[in-house]
Design a protein around this ligand. Structure first.
Ligand SMILES: [Zn+2]
Length: 433
């Protein structure tokens, strides 16, 4: 007795706490332990977790007068954290996926006017209201699928004004939507006006754009799409060093399409996360592990590009703290962390416990929020999801459907019985759709 609570979620068949890793991410066999409490309960007061334990333990701790929320037969997990999202864009690219299925190469598709610059043009031409309305629907779907915080990248306009606009939109959405957004500027496309002048483009981004984003307080991180055919390692270095010099933090797209050197450069510059790691040599993986850089693995990317997966088993064995993200973008359209976790399990051979650890506490480390979110522990934000499955191994076993029953964001119910609670989601939001 003595603890006051607004409500207690109780009798969870499995409560996945992820406890004990707020100060350092999970590595190796630690990823196998989601900190399960059977017949688990969690008490919440004023948006914060105030007690965690078995139902009996928690009921012994809390004073009467709370609301009881029954999670019998279900699994309770920290809200999912999506560590890698290309959030702001207009248009769609479903026809390109069909071309890919028919065997066209990326270059063929680009020649026919497809690829990233198609999205750059569509985004430049879209109004701010259109972009906000489109992105709100994405955030709604994320929430419906149990995602409560995301890393959110700009990068689909690639002009100074355009990127400021996208980052301003991210700032606005962070205020008006329950999903928390962590803003990143991502240098990811070479627009037509800069083709053949990429060295100069990288210098302009480093000397003019990045200082402006930081001065305006619009970004926490800068990220670069460091790949052959996009930004090479010298250009990437100039931009990331500029960000670091001005007190910003950095992350990198490393070795998705080929061994381009993003892993090595990330280690040298001290990125917070190195993402993809599909073609990174294992001696570089060792250095990433040594430095404690989070390896953000993105299984839906090879899934939807019909490509090669990261060697998750070896990356985990070598001690990289692994997190997961959807890599949602104009070309990779899935908001569902459950879908992504399923692919991580079935294609990258990560166990169910590993995918839950990587999608919660380790993803929180990837955005440096593990002190506040990513686990169900006293003092943390009440970002909690009730999944209508008896245990966590139902992901990946029962796949392709949404198991989310209830989502609590900052302690408030924003998804109930699988539907958005409109008043809770829209209370700050004047747009309608
Ligand atoms: Zn990406």
């Amino acid at each position: 007795m003595g603890v006051r609570a607004d409500y207690v979620i109780m009798h969870a068949n499995e409560l996945l706490t992820m406890r004990g890793y707020s100060n350092k991410p999970k590595v190796r066999e630690e990823l196998q332990d989601p900190g399960i409490i059977r017949d688990g309960a969690v008490a919440v007061k004023d948006g914060r977790i105030v007690a965690v334990g078995t139902t009996r333990e928690v009921l012994d701790m809390v004073d009467k007068g709370f609301e009881a929320i029954d999670a019998s037969g279900m699994t309770v997990t920290p809200g999912f954290i999506d560590a890698h999202v290309h959030l702001i864009f207009a248009g769609s690219r479903e026809d390109e996926m069909e071309m890919m299925i028919k065997g066209y190469s990326y270059l063929d598709i680009k020649k026919k006017g497809g690829g990233m610059n198609r999205t750059v043009m569509a985004t430049r031409n879209a109004s701010t209201d259109e972009l906000i309305a489109k992105t709100l629907r994405i955030l709604d779907r994320m929430l419906l699928h149990g995602t409560t915080t995301i890393e959110a990248k700009s990068g689909y306009e690639m002009t100074l004004e355009g990127e400021i606009r996208e980052l301003e939109i991210i700032k606005t959405l962070n205020k008006i939507h329950p999903v928390d957004l962590v803003p990143t500027f991502c240098a990811q496309a070479i627009p037509p006006e800069w083709e053949g002048k990429v060295d100069e483009f990288a210098r302009v981004i480093a000397e003019k754009w990045i200082p402006e984003f930081l001065k305006r307080g619009l970004v926490e991180y800068c990220d670069v799409f460091a790949e052959v055919g996009f930004f090479n390692m010298d250009q990437t270095r100039i931009m990331l060093e500029a960000c670091k010099r001005l007190g910003g933090k950095i992350r990198i797209h490393a070795d998705w399409l080929a061994h381009s050197g993003g892993g090595e450069l990330g280690v040298e510059l001290g990125v917070v996360s190195a993402d993809h790691l599909i073609h990174t040599p294992m001696d570089v993986i060792d250095k990433i592990a040594e430095k404690g850089i989070i390896g953000v693995l993105l299984p839906t990317t090879p899934f939807c590009y019909l490509g090669r997966y990261a060697n998750a088993r070896e990356i985990i064995r070598r001690g990289v703290p692994v997190a997961l993200g959807t890599d949602l973008s104009a070309a990779n359209m899935s908001e569902s962390m459950q879908m992504m976790m399923t692919i991580a399990a079935l294609q990258m051979k990560m166990t169910p416990s590993e995918v839950f650890s990587a999608a919660t506490i380790n993803a929180a480390h990837a955005i440096e929020r593990a002190y506040d979110i990513g686990s169900i522990e006293e003092g943390k934000k009440a970002d909690i999801v009730i999944l209508d499955i008896p245990n966590h191994k139902f992901i990946p076993y029962h796949y392709g459907v949404n198991h989310v029953k209830t989502v609590f964001k900052n302690g408030e119910i924003v998804v109930d019985n699988g539907s958005l609670v409109k008043e809770a989601v829209r209370k700050l939001y004047s747009y309608t759709y």
